[in-house]
Design a protein around this ligand. Structure first.
Ligand SMILES: [Zn+2]
Length: 168
């Protein structure tokens, strides 16, 4: 089986192939994984800033379908995105979760919780806080550029590619 096989009707596969473009583009990408910002939903002009999605390149439905190599790459990516959201965007906490009820291509939601978020919005409803930072395609693109810069210079820099040891 070709591990790079793409599904023509899958939004995530199409995004990886640049057949659909998302605001901000790829925040990080290698042979196994891809990360980008969530889109602005139809009928709206803004979205919750910093709402990221991390995916394997291969079209698989769930975490149980990943090879160990893909799982390692995805776990590392989720951790690095979380570091970036805290350091670059000031998140006080980062949520990560998989639902997958609608889109049949595994995607991990990586979502910052910003300081001041009222307790009733903590968890899956964090993006519903009316006073949360929101933005359109331009703000998303700027945010993605900050995250790329952080990842290139810090979390995914050459230091971390030498091995899996935690930083001293
Ligand atoms: Zn797919």
């Amino acid at each position: 089986m070709d591990l790079r096989e793409k599904h023509p009707d899958c939004f995530v596969c199409r995004k990886h192939q640049r057949k659909v473009l998302i605001p901000g583009g790829a925040i990080y990408e290698n042979d196994f994984v891809y990360a980008g910002h969530a889109q602005v939903r139809k009928g709206r002009t803004t979205t919750y800033l910093g709402y990221l999605v991390a995916e394997p390149k291969r079209h698989v439905v769930g975490l149980a379908d990943l090879t160990d190599t893909e799982a390692q790459a995805l776990g590392l990516l989720v951790s690095h995105l979380s570091k970036a959201l805290k350091a670059s965007e000031g998140a006080e906490h980062v949520y990560a979760f998989v639902l997958g009820d609608h889109v049949q291509h595994l995607h991990v939601h990586v979502v910052p919780r910003y300081p001041g978020t009222p307790r009733e919005y903590w968890g899956l409803h964090v993006d519903e806080w009316p006073d949360a930072p929101r933005g359109g395609p331009r703000e998303i693109a700027i945010l993605c550029e900050r995250l790329r810069t952080y990842l290139e210079t810090r979390a995914c820099g050459p230091e971390n590619k030498r091995g899996d040891r935690p930083a001293d």
